[in-house]
Design a protein around this ligand. Sequence first.
Ligand code: PMP
Length: 462
Amino acid sequence: MDTLYDADRMNDPRAIVEADRAHVWHHLIQNKVFETVDPRIIVEGKGLRVWDIKGKEHVDAVSGGVWTVNIGYGRERVADAVRDQLVKMCYFAGSAGSIPGARYAEALTARMPGLSRVYFANSGSEANEKAFKMVRQIAHKHHGGRKHKILYRDRDYHGTTIACLSAGGQQERNAMYGPFAPGFVQVPHCLEYRAGDLAGEGYGERAANAIEEVILREGPDTIGALCLEPITAGGGIIVPPKGYWERVQEICRKYDILLHIDEVVCGFGRTGTWFGYQQYGIQPDIVTMAKGVASGYAAISCCVTTEAVFDMFKDDTDRLGYFRDISTFGGCTSGPAAALEVMAITEEEDLLGNSTRMGAYLNGKLHELMDKHACIGEVRGLGLFQGAELVADRSTREPLEEKKVQAIVADCMAQGVIIGASNRSMPGFNNTLLFAPALIATKGDLDEVVAGVDAAIQRIVG
Ligand code: PMP
């Protein structure tokens, strides 16, 4: 009998590579390269290690490419929990709830004092869209449509949809996709290393004051929310300067602006606390999260709000009073089932503590590299989320050519060390190496990563 799918052939690695080359459209890359280079196919993972289809082993310092697999690969108990849940009740959407959903919402909000409501979705972009829609609806319902603008920051990223790109501070990611949604307004970044004359004592407050200037220019009664990453991730690991967050919160309160923190990357221990914002003692109104929720074992995201935000959707005298939104796959139970196990593992293995300890270790090791290589202009980060900004000249801070930055990443890959670089999205400033290994990383793992980077820099920059 003729068959459209030849299972035997599809066990052959060569055939898989060819099928991929012929039919898969890869994310985030000029696919023409696959005319001459084989696509990389990752087939197995355990702990911090992954193996590709050619059998080559790698140490993964970017948790699945984009900082997602916080608990590491091959966790059977997560797979077991998902399996058990799927055979019992895989999915039901609409207005119904689920057992893992209820359990997870309670467990999650217990770790986020001041927040109490969880809206389930399945990607970071989608969670952010939910937040934007909430802000818009609050504007229509409670402010006569006025407080509808959403502020976002230069260099931050909030997702791939048109609305998320409208709130995107990375030029090249946006360049081909306009026109964008109206009502999104940019505020300046807070990278002191690139702040020119503004840098120096008191910079944190000055950087936050720059947000207030935008608010006053636009009119505070037109602004509904300020959406920020706690630490700008793909935009170059920008750890906000001292005094920044306190002032940001003060400004939001002063002008009745909701503070929306995008924890898609920084959540779930990446910086050493459950959430990045918890490093700064601030109290957001809306928090979105995705990658680390189920650590890549299932697709789930959450938009978490205060009870005060939730209460603004309770007018049952108005047909448009509730949040008229749905996420079809927000009804998948695999997400919260996996997320509950991920949370248990994170606590049982003290991965938050390990992120803090190993983050400090990695930071120290990168500083040692900086002593050795003049092309490292600055090392910055928090927990197991570290960056090294590369420069052609330390005194002028001229960024290292992107070609060389990419060559360093490629050299590491050839050595079996997977690292990242800022998102090829900010013309002239895609020059930060990124490190975000799983939170189980040991000193030995990190030594291996840093040794790889050391050798790569030596070869590429000299
Ligand atoms: N927010 C931030 C801070 C991100 O880094 C990303 C993705 N890298 C997103 C949102 C979008 O998440 P997703 O790709 O799951 O839509």
